[in-house]
Design a protein around this ligand. Structure first.
Ligand SMILES: NC(=O)NCCC(=O)O
Length: 386
């Protein structure tokens, strides 16, 4: 079933581009908004991507020049990947393979001038929560501040003067060895800047992660980096509009959404959600999804009356970037490991705010007061009846 799905088609954009050019341009404008262009990437980036067998795509968003503020140009790199070796391999072999793949991706991103690089959710392990088994999978959990992956990426960040957002399974050794789903932000000097723990934990289909970790307790941090103010809304958090809103209220200019999701659950929503909240909050959003079908050693059930199985569907990639004015990049492939480079001018956030006045018209005080009442046990919904 999933093999068939994987082979189904390469990308939505690939199909759209089969339209006659005039028709394509009309459809593109309505579906994707303001025109964007491709970047001219250095030959080195192209040849590295080719040698590592990644798709390499790019997008530049247009922004008006201002007289009093200089442009604030930032390049982001979104990396979507298959697992490089099977989940049946020894863990150390798996971890080394993930790190090798990361090094190749970051090297390629550096050659393309990337300032901020972001991985998909739990990028350095198979997405094994569907199995409901603890060992060996919880062995992948490591301290956010100084675990082997953070230390390794710290070196990469320093060498390449790049901020790196690394979404991993965290082991909090100080607080009872608890496990969390966490995004670690490493600054461009290679130092740990901070972390954010996934706020909303799915309980849908095989995405039943709640027996591994609890809902995050780190609020909605925005990380001030040399390349702009960034935040991370991890996977299932993208369905929660208040989650997105709080990152905006705290001043985010780019919100990354590292994800792991399969076609059977979310594909029709994928292109809408991160883009919708870029519009609502007038910041850039970067949605990154993993790729491929992961086959686990033991069968597991999905609670859907179907026979037990060893995999739960195809992760469809399709990573993309949306701008504060609603325009968006094309998506990466549904089937290939890939790197999307997008050039953003952060001035567009304020330009979109001045145009649409969403912040001025949003009436937060009214909703704060209504929500205060709505969460009370004795709340009576405001319904008018005859
Ligand atoms: N990893 C994760 O939260 N997946 C949930 C499925 C979805 O939100 O599409």
């Amino acid at each position: 079933m999933s093999k068939l799905t994987e082979a189904e088609f390469e990308s939505v954009d690939g199909i759209l581009k089969k339209l006659p050019p005039d028709d394509y341009e009309k459809v593109r404008r309505v579906l994707y908004g303001n025109e964007t262009s491709e970047l001219e990437l250095p030959e080195k980036a192209e040849s590295l991507a080719k040698s590592f067998d990644f798709e390499l795509a790019s997008c530049k968003f247009n922004c008006e020049k201002e007289e009093l503020r200089a442009p604030r140009i930032v390049r982001v790199g979104l990396f979507q990947n298959k697992i490089p070796v099977a989940p049946t391999e020894p863990l150390i072999k798996q971890r080394d393979a993930f790190h090798k793949m990361a090094e190749e991706a970051i090297q390629t991103a550096a050659a393309a001038g990337v300032n901020i690089f972001c991985f998909q959710e739990a990028w350095n392990m198979p997405f094994a929560f569907c199995t409901k088994e603890k060992l060996p999978w919880t062995e992948f959990a490591e301290p956010a501040e100084n675990g082997p992956t953070t230390l390794f990426l710290g070196q990469m960040a320093k060498i390449h003067n790049m901020v790196i957002v690394s979404s991993i399974l965290e082991r909090d050794e100080i607080h009872g060895d608890t496990v969390w789903n966490t995004a670690v932000v490493i600054d461009n000097h290679g130092d740990y800047l901070g972390k954010h723990r996934k706020n909303h934990i799915p309980r849908i289909g095989d995405f039943n992660e709640s027996s591994y970790y609890f809902e995050g307790n780190t609020g909605h941090p925005v990380f001030e980096t040399e390349f702009g103010r960034i935040a991370v809304n991890i996977c299932f958090g993208r369905h929660h509009f208040l989650n997105w809103m709080m990152f905006g209220i705290n001043g985010a200019e780019i919100v990354f959404n590292p994800s792991a999701t399969i076609g059977g659950i979310s594909e029709p929503m994928w292109g809408i959600e991160a883009r919708c909240y870029a519009i609502a909050n007038n910041y850039y959003t970067c949605a990154i999804n993993r790729i491929g079908t992961e086959v686990f050693p033991n069968e597991f059930c999905s609670g859907d009356k179907k026979p037990a199985h060893k995999e739960f569907g195809h992760f469809y990639g399709s990573s993309y970037v949306s701008a504060p004015n609603g325009s968006r990049s094309q998506g990466l492939s549904r089937t290939k490991t890939g790197l999307l480079i997008a050039e953003l001018d952060l001035n567009l956030c304020r330009q979109a705010r001045d145009k649409w006045c969403f912040q001025m018209t949003q009436r937060l005080d009214m909703y704060a007061e209504s929500l205060q009442r709505a969460v009370k046990l004795d709340y009576v919904p405001q319904i008018i009846r005859k």
